[in-house]
Design a protein around this ligand. Structure first.
Ligand code: NI
Length: 207
């Protein structure tokens, strides 16, 4: 075997491994969650522990914790600003739901937590969240802080090297939007492709 074909073979094996872990991550996460209902959402069973305290840095460089949002329902989404399509879809749905909620939107705090803390600094997060909704908070932190909060929310994410792109790498991640109560306890979750109506319905039932 030539050096070139050995290199190609190694590349293919590596790509297969990366793809396999992506699939495992994607399949494993929903199984950790309660059964999904009809509306792309889930009734909280109280069996699975999702969420927990966090201390992160917001888009203005302030240290914020879950306690800063106490008393409001939290819509928590994990993503990153360079995400090509899944994140913008989920965040657009959250933004439309917030608008649809009208005055009740004041009782809901939408939060984006980055899974790419190295690139998503507070200024980068600020520009990004402002593009979706004025109430959207963007949180970042050290890689260790992000790993801890992702683990608490049972979020899978994994850096994937992009050889053909100037971006250098992308981040595979699960795309659930979590609805948490005023004490930070898990109520329900939505898939990134839930509709704003489904989201609003579920949120109103919890207000
Ligand atoms: Ni994404």
């Amino acid at each position: 075997m030539s050096a070139a074909s050995r290199g190609l073979k190694r590349g293919l094996i590596l790509a297969a491994i990366v793809a396999l872990f992506g699939v495992i991550g994607y399949l494993a996460v929903p199984q950790l969650l309660p059964q999904r209902g009809d509306g792309g959402e889930t009734a909280g069973s109280g069996v699975v522990s999702i969420g927990g305290p966090f201390s992160l840095t917001d888009q203005d460089g302030r240290i914020v914790s879950d306690k800063d949002f106490a008393g409001k329902l939290m819509l928590v989404y994990f993503g990153f600003t360079n995400c090509p399509d899944i994140c913008p879809t989920g965040l657009q749905t959250i933004a439309l739901a917030m608008d649809e909620l009208g005055a009740d939107a004041a009782k809901v705090q939408p939060i984006l937590i980055t899974v790419d803390p190295e690139r998503d600094t507070p200024p980068v997060m600020k520009e990004y969240v402002q593009a979706f909704h004025e109430r959207l908070v963007g949180l970042t932190g050290t890689p260790e802080q992000i790993a801890a909060v992702a683990k608490a929310y049972r979020v899978y994410y994994q850096k994937v090297t992009l050889k053909e792109s100037s971006l250098g790498y992308s981040v595979d991640h699960s795309g659930f939007i979590y609805l948490m109560d005023g004490k930070g306890q898990y109520l329900s979750h939505f898939r990134h492709d839930a509709t704003p109506d489904q989201m609003v319905q579920k949120i109103r039932a919890r207000l």
